[in-house]
Write a protein that binds this ligand. Structure first.
Ligand code: HEC
Length: 158
């Protein structure tokens, strides 16, 4: 009886411990990694919102502000984010994460989704400062690149 419990505990702790060992990061540091990527996502959303509001006409078109927001999206998406996506930080492995385990099983797919966003952001950077019509023309691909990754790799919000 005692042996069975010990074995069960070992299995549980062992499972939880694998990812931490893999990433050589403490639980606290893993949580910081989650915070770092979610902060990046918030910055994506903030800058996309500036562009989206202009595209919709909620705010007046401003070439400089649009260029700045698009440039920020390029810079943010070309950060090396490897450490933000440390193994052991999938949904269910750590509190607050909505990152699906598929991310760690399909690195090529995530990489392609990330590249698609960078390319859309670069296209937006080229278009945003030109005029409102160009900004609007680049909006669909950019928003689609966010949504494309979320569809496959982010748990739907509850
Ligand atoms: C390569 C994949 C990928 C791309 C591209 C991407 N996201 Fe995300 N996003 C995710 C994942 C995965 C999560 C869940 C992260 C977590 O909970 O740890 C997320 C979470 C978020 C969140 C919630 C952040 C929080 O505080 O919990 C927002 C907002 C967001 N993304 C906005 C965007 C916007 C806007 C874009 C495009 C400009 C974008 N994302 C592009 C994968 C992506």
């Amino acid at each position: 009886m005692k042996k069975t419990l010990a074995a069960a505990l070992m299995a549980t702790i062992g499972l939880a411990g694998v990812s931490v060992a893999e990433s050589h990061m403490s639980e606290d540091d893993l949580k910081k990694a989650v915070n770092a990527r979610q902060a990046t996502m918030q910055l994506y959303a903030f800058n996309l919102g500036i562009l989206g509001n202009m595209a919709k006409g909620t705010t007046d078109y401003d070439a400089d502000a649009a260029s700045a927001a698009a440039g920020n999206l390029v810079k943010l998406s070309t950060q090396n984010q490897m450490a933000y996506w440390a193994p052991g930080t999938a949904e269910g492995q750590i509190e607050g994460s909505k990152a699906l385990p598929a991310i760690w099983e399909d690195m090529a797919g995530v990489g392609a989704a990330a590249t698609a966003m960078t390319e859309a952001a670069m296209a937006m950077e080229a278009a945003a400062g030109t005029d409102l019509a160009s900004l609007q023309g680049a909006m669909g691909a950019l928003g689609g690149a966010c949504g494309g990754c979320h569809k496959s790799y982010r748990a739907s919000s509850n």
